[in-house]
Design a protein around this ligand. Structure first.
Ligand SMILES: [Zn+2]
Length: 169
């Protein structure tokens, strides 16, 4: 999970941009932080979603706020949904340095098929923040074993985590 710095509100003719639809932040977010899910790091093609860090239902005043927008994949966004995730109880890429905090581990998920491994995120940062980090893992289901549903191909985040893990090894 990369730390995110989306920068200040984009300007239009020197004036902070205002949008009427939160999805209008999509291009500026891609330009600033790249086409990746901010939670699971999956590269996003045309399926990227503009994600409210603090859900609209929780704080309607942040519904169109640039400072409340990130990019997420469908599985992370759906898992996160409108659940509360304040930075006081969760470890979040826009508030914390999450670069080295989460580590991916390979776990064999099919004992009879040695190469069928999935990658799950665990936390290796300061013990005082472990509970918050685990709240984030649960929030986005980043430890979810989706390999049993692979035929349905509904959640391929584990595969991208696996590829990243192999490339980094
Ligand atoms: Zn994701």
């Amino acid at each position: 999970m990369r730390p995110i710095n989306r920068g200040s509100v984009p300007l239009v003719n020197g004036i902070p941009r205002v949008v009427m639809d939160y999805k209008d932040w999509r291009k500026a977010l891609i330009d600033r932080i790249g086409p990746y899910c901010c939670y699971c790091n999956m590269p996003l093609n045309d399926a990227l979603q503009v994600e409210h860090v603090i859900a609209q239902d929780i704080d309607p005043a942040l519904a169109l706020s640039w400072d409340n927008m990130l990019l997420a994949c469908g599985p992370c966004n759906r898992s996160k949904s409108a659940k509360p995730c304040p930075p006081t109880t969760h470890y979040l890429p826009q508030f914390h340095n999450t670069h080295l905090a989460f580590v991916a581990s390979a776990i064999s998920v099919h004992p009879r098929v040695p190469n069928a491994s999935a990658i799950f995120l665990t936390y290796r940062g300061a013990p005082a923040l472990a509970a918050n980090a685990n709240n984030t893992i649960q929030l986005c289901k980043l430890d979810q074993d989706t390999t049993r549903n692979i035929q349905q191909a509904t959640d391929l985040r584990w595969k991208f985590r696996f590829d990243a893990f192999v490339n980094a090894s």
